[in-house]
Ligand binder design. Sequence first.
Ligand code: HAM
Length: 436
Amino acid sequence: MRSSNNVGLEVNLFLGKSVTQGVRGTRDFYPEDMRLRNWLFDNFTDAALLHGFDEYDAPVLEHEELYTRKQGEEITQQLYNFEDKGNRKVALRPEMTPSLARMVMARAGALSMPIKWFSIPQCWRYERTQRGRGREHFQWNVDIWGTNEISADAELISILVTFFEGVGLTAKDLVIKISSRKVLEEVLGSLEISGDIFSKTCIIVDKMDKLPANVIEEQLIELGHNSDAVSKIQSILGIKNMDELSNSLGKESVALSELNSLFNSIDSYGILEWVEFDASIVRGLAYYTGAVFEAHDREGKFRAICGGGRYDKLLSTLGSKDLPATGFGFGDMVIMELLAEKNLIPELISGIEDIVIPLNPELRSASVMVAAALRDTGRTVDLVLENKKLKWAFKHAERIGADRLVMLMPEEWKSNKVRIKDLESGEEIDVPFEEL
Ligand code: HAM
């Protein structure tokens, strides 16, 4: 919005932009947005707490080198990084996993394993902004460290399903696609390709649904794969069921047996309808080592709702002894798009129960006492602070969805009473101050 007079215009313009506009790709949360955000975060938190997880947090600012991995991941090219006033290279975190790794490393030996932790950090990535993708987002992170049991990966899927059910989504709306990095690792291993080239291959094929096939092929060839390897990669990633996978990898395959255990474990939670095998899921981060998964809307309209997997070797890349770990990150943007599409966004009201209004200025201090007395009983009270007419108070009450209007009227207050109107039933009663 621009001011109409010249002075205002001068003040309101900043680097050619209106100062009312935030930095591109960032969001403001007005109270109605904040109510929704809190509702979403409460659902995230409830699903994690129900599964016995503890909450943690870390600073948004970290040492840049925590993220300078060299495998060509998009995330490291999208860093918000700068030098601070002490010439330290720092970055706004693009994801939570390295901070979590740092925290675990700092207390290695002192933490009793396994740890089950969750957090809802704001993350920053200099991305091309588009539907469901911003330059900042909040990302629910749920991770288990210290066990290599596949049951931990199944527990994560259960947390996801608990959340989805909590917000009213069903297995008809979305699917959690599961695979394992070991599938591709075995195929490439048979061609004697491993290590760095393997993780770089994963990062390239993760972009399969975003880039044309020939571009992916070119990138694979540039990485050093011959055309035989490229077609092997393409054919394995096209597999969408476990029987076909078994035929392709052979009965002895470790990837196959781990995936079978994972699906069996998910079956024992009774949530098999929410998952399916899809070999094209490899994830775009270098550190994953085993099972990987992503939730997608069934219609395929949106980008991934969330993603995660096992990353047993992250600590050694940071110079420490490895610890098995598995987890996921779940952004707040795509899920809200999906909930809006399915008409599942709740109507949330302010949570204010009482509006206290003095009907003349002389009753102001009395109204403060009444508001305080009601607040002492635990009721949430919006005290009208200026001279307002009753008509305004009724409109205001309707707008914020209050339950009651508490009126201080000259005659009634003389006998120490306030008039309370129940806004739903319309009923009015006079209540003595000491009985509030
Ligand atoms: P990621 O796939 O990069 O994984 O991000 C996880 C989720 O965060 C995405 O599926 C999406 O919901 C959300 N997200 C990511 N970038 C954006 C963005 N620019 N705008 C909106 N939402 C976004 C990770 O970050 C891993 N660290 C997750 C993890 C935790 N793996 C193990 N533990």
